[in-house]
Every structure is written in structure tokens, then in C-alpha cells.
Design a protein around this ligand. Structure first.
Ligand SMILES: Cc1cc2nc3c(=O)[nH]c(=O)nc-3n(C[C@H](O)[C@H](O)[C@H](O)COP(=O)(O)OP(=O)(O)OC[C@H]3O[C@@H](n4cnc5c(N)ncnc54)[C@H](O)[C@@H]3O)c2cc1C
Length: 486
């Protein structure tokens, strides 16, 4: 063999993990290099996807319990539950996921080495361990899957005692009574609703001029109402954020201005117990030696790749956050697998351009395809079908009546072009619509097929009927629609 390995994977997050696993299934010799001394799995397992969802799950269970037994809802979750117990639940999940990844590597005879990887040439990676020892490994192909890290905030520091980022919040010793989340994206909403459901009073300082502007308008309106019910305030256009301790009052003061407010940009102050900073991310490419060996990076440092996740150096691929959008664990799994298939000349379907998005707020939000507004802007003649959770039997049974499932479909062909859901289980529910949509189906699927009952999937049936009724009202014969649209 010309090289030590067929493929070297740098980073063991979802992109690296899936590339390593897929390559081993192709009977290739694989080495995974991981800089973290203790754990595999990167942001996916240790600080991002899984821990935030495990913590959220505890808040969701508490919320459901309180929803069901209203007398208890009068008391705050922090009066009954300890942060240590919630974090213990999360830690158990992390430990079990870490063990599973390690076992998967071992069972599939994937070699692993701990240390910081750096490319010395297009086929060689030097690994430096914490004690300074260096060793070089070679491979025919290399996958860069080193992920990303949070951007440092401007105007204040993270002390990881009062002011946290998404990693240090996981060390919080108690449920805060008051929390300010500084952030503009989906994670800000996720953490805000998680802590709100644990009883914290939460404010979001959003530095952008609108909050989650990509959401469908109606979903956005529903979300607004839910945030009001949860007493979560969102201040958009926030700027000049400063954070200082107020020793006298034993609080943390968050000072900020609002751009374009009608009060002349006066200073505003929130007194809080803690601040959670959820700013942007930057790729982990600064000390990898990529530019030196000819790998093209964009101005922000992301690896530039083609549709096959191949970089400008043909035997070097990149997957996950390091190549930028969509920067999610869900897509990183596919990117790592597809990179492996392309390396070894195995036919694999391209990932369809429509990928589902999920926001793990309480309640969840999920979507795929075009919003109603986008579809109309593209000149499509679309109709909308809606189902409200309060009309779904499972919503009654689970006492989850806040929510909406919205189907956007072409009026003439009834073909689905977008699905937007806010409500319990939205992140799972979206996949039924995704399957129908990606197979080119139309909304009659949900009427012509028997769906389990009671389930939240009933929303698809109700929304499809609602949509068909609208088309009918527009003057097309109802019977004809159901029979002959092929
Ligand atoms: C709070 C939060 C919540 C999230 N929730 C979701 C969610 O619900 N759903 C979702 O799909 N996505 C979610 N994400 C995003 C998701 O975590 C990331 O998109 C995903 O983990 C990226 O995977 P990756 O393989 O690119 O990198 P990572 O998972 O970041 O892994 C990269 C690995 O590379 C290692 N590494 C870095 N440099 C080197 C080097 N030089 N040598 C060796 N090893 C190195 C790191 O130690 C790390 O283990 C969330 C992110 C955050 C922060």
C-alpha cells in the first residue's frame, strides 16, 4: 500500500464519524484524528446538538407535566427541580453516546489517534499530542471535518460564571430566576424557551433587525403569541451591549441601546442573574495548514467545496461546519457519507436540495421547501391548507393545543412545495411531508392513505382537506380534484 491509510478523517463529529463509518463499510483502512483528549463526537455530542436537546427534553417533560396538572403550574419548575438532576440526565446521555461512537469505531476496525491534526502535504497529516509528541500519517484521501467554534462577543467578556456560552451553560449549578440571551438565531430561541419552561424569566437581545425572518409569516405570528404566553421578550435591533456586575444589588447589569427606537437610542438596562451568549460561529481552519498546501478557503476561512464536498485539492474533502451552510449535524452526517462515496467511486444519490429545518424550541418548529410568500414571489399559483393543533385529537389527548401545520401546494397540480409546522413533535412530523414532497407527491396522499389515529400526523389529513376545500371554493369541481389530477 502506497499510503498508511485509504482515508484519514480529521475530527470525529457527525461529518467525520459518518465518513469513517461509510469508508470502513467499503472495506477501506481508516484513521480518525481527534483533538479532544476525552471524547469523540465534537459539538454534536459534547457541547451542541445532544446536550442542548437533552436539557430541553427535561424542560419539555416538566412543561407537559405542569400543563397536565394545572395546580402544579402555579409553582415554578425551579421550586421542584435541581439543575444538577437535569444535567445528570444530560450527562448520562452524553456518556452513552460517547461509548457508542467509540464502540462503533472499534467494531468497524477504524483506527483512532488523539491529538491536533495538521496537513503537511496533500497526503500527509501530522498529529501533535498534548505532551508535544509529533507523528505523521499518510493517506490517499483526507476528510477535513474539524467543525467550528463560537465567535467571541464584542463589547463584553465571557467569564463562564455569570456570562456563559453554549458550552459553559452546561455547567450551571442552578436554574436561574432571570436570564438574558444575547443571540439572533435558532439556538437563542431554543435556550430561551428551555429556560422559560424551567421557570426562568427570559429576555432575548437580538442584534439583527428581525428575529428568525426566514420563518413562514403565520408560523412567526403564532410563535410571537407563544413567546408572549411564556413571557419571553425579544428586543431586536439591540446594539452597544455591555455587561457589568452590580455588586451592591448582587446582580449582573446588561446595558444596551435599540437602533431606530423612538426614544433617541437611550440606554436601557436589564438586571439579570445570568447571560447566555449565542453569537455566530467560525470554522476551525486556522491551524490546519490548508492554505499552505493549496486548499482554497473563503474570506471567512470556510473550506470551499464542490457538490461532492471536494476541495480545490482533489484528494481532500470537507464536510460539516468547516464548509459552512447549512452547518447542522443533520446535514453533516450526509456530507461525510457522500464524501466517502465520492472518494471511492461509489454511486450515491445526491442529497436533494430541500432539506428539513428544525428549531427545538418549546414547542418545536420545522419546515421544508418554500414559504407561502416565497412561492408567490417565484410566480407560483399556490393554495394553502392549514390544520390547527386544537383540532387534532392527539393535541387534545396530550393537552398540546398550540400549533399549526401548513401545507403550501400548487393549486393546479396539488403538488407540495412547502410544509411549515409549529407545535409538539414538529421536527419528526415534517418527515412525512418531506417524503411525499421529495417523491413528487401531492396533498391527496394524506387523504387517500390511512394514517394512524390518534397521532399528530392527523394534522396532514386535516390540512389536506382544508387545502382541497379552498381549491374547490376557487371554482374547481371537488370530485374532479380527488379523482383525476395525475
Ligand atoms: C447549542 C447548539 C445546538 C445545536 N443543535 C443542533 C440540532 O439540534 N440539530 C442539528 O442538526 N445541529 C445542531 N447544532 C449544530 C451541530 O452541532 C453542528 O453543525 C455539528 O456538530 C457539526 O459537525 P462537524 O462534524 O462539522 O463538527 P463538530 O461536531 O464540531 O466536530 C468537530 C471535531 O473536530 C475536532 N477537531 C477540531 N480541530 C481538530 C484538529 N486540528 N485535529 C483533530 N481534531 C480536530 C474537534 O475536537 C471536534 O471533535 C447545534 C449546535 C450548537 C452549538
Amino acid at each position: 500500500m502506497k499510503y498508511d491509510y485509504d482515508v484519514i478523517v480529521i475530527g470525529s463529529g457527525p461529518a467525520g464519524f459518518s465518513c469513517a463509518m461509510q469508508s470502513s463499510k467499503f472495506d477501506k483502512k481508516v484513521l480518525v484524528i481527534e483533538a479532544n483528549e476525552d471524547s469523540f463526537g465534537g459539538t454534536w455530542i459534547n457541547s451542541g446538538t445532544i446536550p442542548s436537546k437533552a436539557l430541553r427534553e427535561t424542560a419539555r417533560i416538566i412543561q407537559r407535566f405542569q400543563n397536565q396538572f394545572k395546580d402544579l403550574a402555579k409553582e415554578k419548575a425551579y421550586q421542584h427541580h435541581q439543575m444538577a438532576d437535569l444535567l445528570m440526565y444530560k450527562n448520562q446521555i452524553l456518556e452513552s453516546k460517547n461509548t457508542k461512537v467509540k464502540t462503533d469505531f472499534d467494531k468497524n476496525e477504524i483506527d483512532t489517534v488523539r491529538g491536533h491534526g495538521k496537513l503537511n502535504s496533500e497526503h500527509e497529516v501530522e498529529v501533535e499530542t498534548t505532551d508535544g509528541t509529533k507523528k505523521t500519517y499518510s493517506a490517499e484521501y483526507i476528510l477535513v471535518a474539524t467543525g467550528s467554534k463560537p465567535v467571541k462577543p464584542k463589547g463584553f467578556d465571557l467569564d463562564h460564571d455569570k456570562v456563559f456560552d453554549y458550552t459553559s451553560i452546561l455547567t450551571l449549578s442552578h436554574i436561574p430566576r432571570r436570564l438574558v440571551v444575547v443571540g439572533s438565531g435558532v439556538r437563542a430561541l431554543e435556550y430561551a424557551t428551555t429556560f422559560s419552561n424551567l421557570g426562568s424569566r427570559v429576555s432575548i437581545l437580538n442584534e439583527k433587525d428581525s428575529f428568525l425572518p426566514f420563518l413562514d409569516n403565520e408560523i412567526s405570528e403564532q410563535l410571537q403569541q407563544i413567546l408572549e404566553t411564556q413571557k419571553i421578550e425579544v428586543f431586536s435591533n439591540a446594539e452597544s451591549i455591555e455587561i457589568n456586575p452590580n455588586a451592591l444589588r448582587n446582580t449582573t447589569e446588561v446595558k444596551y441601546n435599540l437602533r431606530n427606537d423612538n426614544e433617541g437610542g437611550r440606554d436601557r438596562v436589564i438586571e439579570t442573574e445570568h447571560v447566555l451568549y449565542l453569537g455566530g460561529k467560525v470554522p476551525n481552519t486556522d491551524s490546519l495548514g490548508l492554505r499552505e498546501i493549496g486548499v482554497k478557503l473563503d474570506e471567512e476561512g470556510y473550506v470551499v467545496v464542490n457538490n461532492d464536498n471536494q476541495s480545490s485539492v482533489p484528494n481532500i474533502y470537507a464536510g460539516g461546519d468547516v464548509k459552512g451552510f447549512p452547518a447542522m449535524a443533520s446535514s453533516a452526517f450526509s456530507e461525510g457519507r457522500i464524501a466517502s462515496c465520492r472518494m471511492f467511486g461509489i454511486e450515491a444519490l445526491d442529497v436533494p436540495p430541500e432539506i428539513p429545518q428544525a428549531i427545538y424550541s418549546i414547542p418545536e418548529i420545522a419546515s421544508i421547501g418554500l414559504t407561502e410568500k416565497e412561492a408567490k414571489a417565484e410566480g407560483l399559483d399556490v393554495t394553502v391548507g392549514r390544520a390547527y393543533y386544537k383540532n387534532i385529537t392527539q393535541g387534545d389527548i396530550s393537552n398540546q393545543q398550540d400549533g399549526l401545520l401548513k401545507l403550501v401546494f400548487e393549486t393546479e397540480t396539488l403538488k407540495l412545495v412547502g410544509i411549515h409546522i409549529l407545535g409538539e413533535r414538529a421536527s419528526d412530523l415534517i418527515h412525512l411531508g418531506q417524503a411525499v414532497m421529495s417523491l413528487g407527491g401531492d396533498i391527496r396522499y394524506f387523504i387517500n392513505h390511512v394514517l394512524n389515529y390518534p397521532t399528530y400526523s392527523e394534522a396532514y389529513r386535516i390540512a389536506a382537506f382544508n387545502g382541497i376545500n379552498r381549491v374547490y371554493k376557487a371554482g374547481v369541481k371537488y370530485k374532479k380534484i380527488l379523482k383525476s389530477k395525475d
